[in-house]
Design a protein around this ligand. Structure first.
Ligand SMILES: NC(=O)c1ccc[n+]([C@@H]2O[C@H](COP(=O)([O-])OP(=O)(O)OC[C@H]3O[C@@H](n4cnc5c(N)ncnc54)[C@H](OP(=O)(O)O)[C@@H]3O)[C@@H](O)[C@H]2O)c1
Length: 339
């Protein structure tokens, strides 16, 4: 196996080549980062962070050349760690994968055993990567509001619902039979397309207010975009309300005021899916594979490895309302849309 050539996607940048370039390449295991487990990858996925990996100065890739792809699942083919045996299916999300350690957009990956989660043979790998990093982040966000007491009749607002994390948040909330889900979208067409599905569909302008504190509308907010959207939402959060934030796609700055915090005691909870302990990840995945199983409840598009660049270049249109799964074995034209 060691000398066998296999397909991978590489992003590169250097002094002579200041713009990020990407290409499909053939490499061997010797070219992968260190680790005690080698995995034959079945599926990876594309997240917003993966899209940033192809952009100049996004700061996502810490070391060039790099194989991007922050998550993958597949089968162990070599291991020097007794925790795993060959033939077992495994999943990996986050840590340094696809950032400073060669990642999931490749036929093979080699990682430390402590980054891997074992999967039972009956778990569909396509579903695992339909969830991927987005699904883990969504589950952590919903888990947070549930642990703060979210109930079926709570008023819940979700942002970023046309994207990976947000669409899975909604699927989990529906699985939990939450009755009062509202969403915040970016334009009138999206508002129209969602108007029968949610209690209220807001545009950011609907919530923009000059008041430091406004009517109490939302008991819980699962915010996937941050920045100016989060700013607009905070004055409307109810007494003792809880807001989770996992994303910064709408901006890194947060300009807000103290009144929602000191008069209403609202709580703002940051969500990280990358560096949390493996045990916490395992717990969340167990939830997503059992009580919170949402297989088939959100839209998924599947593309082959050599279409990644096309998807990245057309990200907003292609991923609209869908999660993007990458089928890694050389099955050309696998594009498939479920739901
Ligand atoms: N903390 C963590 O561990 C973690 C893990 C995963 C993701 N994230 C972050 O979570 C965010 C979402 O990730 P994703 O993979 O779901 O991305 P995605 O699939 O590209 O979805 C992005 C979503 O944000 C919306 N959006 C983009 N710009 C916006 C703006 N200026 N105002 C309002 N909405 C805007 C998009 O709406 P349109 O459809 O209208 O474009 C879409 O609904 C990203 O910031 C990502 O970095 C964090």
């Amino acid at each position: 196996m060691v000398d066998k050539l296999f397909k991978t996607l590489i992003v590169n940048k250097s002094e002579d080549m200041p713009k990020v370039q990407s290409e499909m390449k053939k490499i061997t295991l010797a070219d992968l980062s260190e680790g005690d487990v080698v995995v034959k990858i079945a599926y990876s996925s594309l997240n917003y962070k993966d899209v940033l990996a192809f952009q100049n100065n996004s700061g996502v890739i810490r070391k060039y050349p790099m194989i991007p792809g922050v998550d993958f699942c597949g089968t162990v083919i070599e291991t020097s760690n007794p925790r795993f045996t060959t033939g077992e299916n495994v999943l990996c999300t986050g840590y340094d994968v696809g950032v400073s350690h060669t990642g999931g957009l490749s036929e093979y990956a080699r990682v430390p055993a402590e980054w891997l989660i074992r999967l039972d043979k009956n778990v569909p790998l396509e579903y695992v990567m339909a969830l991927g990093t987005a699904g883990l982040t969504a589950a952590l966000s919903v888990n947070e509001i549930v642990s703060f007491g979210a109930k079926r009749d709570s008023e819940i607002l979700v942002t970023g619902v046309t994207g990976g994390v947000g669409s899975i948040v909604v699927a989990i909330l529906k699985k939990l039979k939450m009755r009062n889900i509202s969403v915040l979208v970016r334009n009138k067409d999206q508002r129209h397309s969602y108007c029968n599905e949610f209690k209220n569909v807001y545009l950011r302008d609907d919530l923009e207010t000059k008041k430091l504190i406004a009517h109490q509308k939302f008991d819980y907010v699962v915010d996937c975009v941050g920045g100016t959207v989060l700013e607009a939402v905070l004055p409307w959060v109810s007494y003792k309300g809880v807001v989770t934030v996992c994303g910064n796609i709408a901006g890194n700055q947060l300009k807000t005021n103290m009144l929602p915090f000191i008069l209403r005691g609202i709580r703002l909870m940051g969500i990280d899916s990358v560096n949390i302990k493996l045990e916490e990840k395992e717990k969340m995945w167990q939830q997503l594979l059992t009580d919170w199983n949402i297989n088939g409840a959100f839209s998924v598009r599947i593309f082959p490895l050599d279409k990644v660049k096309y998807v990245v270049d057309n990200w907003v249109e292609v991923r609209n309302k869908s999660r993007i799964v990458i089928s890694v074995p050389d099955t050309k034209n696998v594009e498939k849309i479920s739901r």
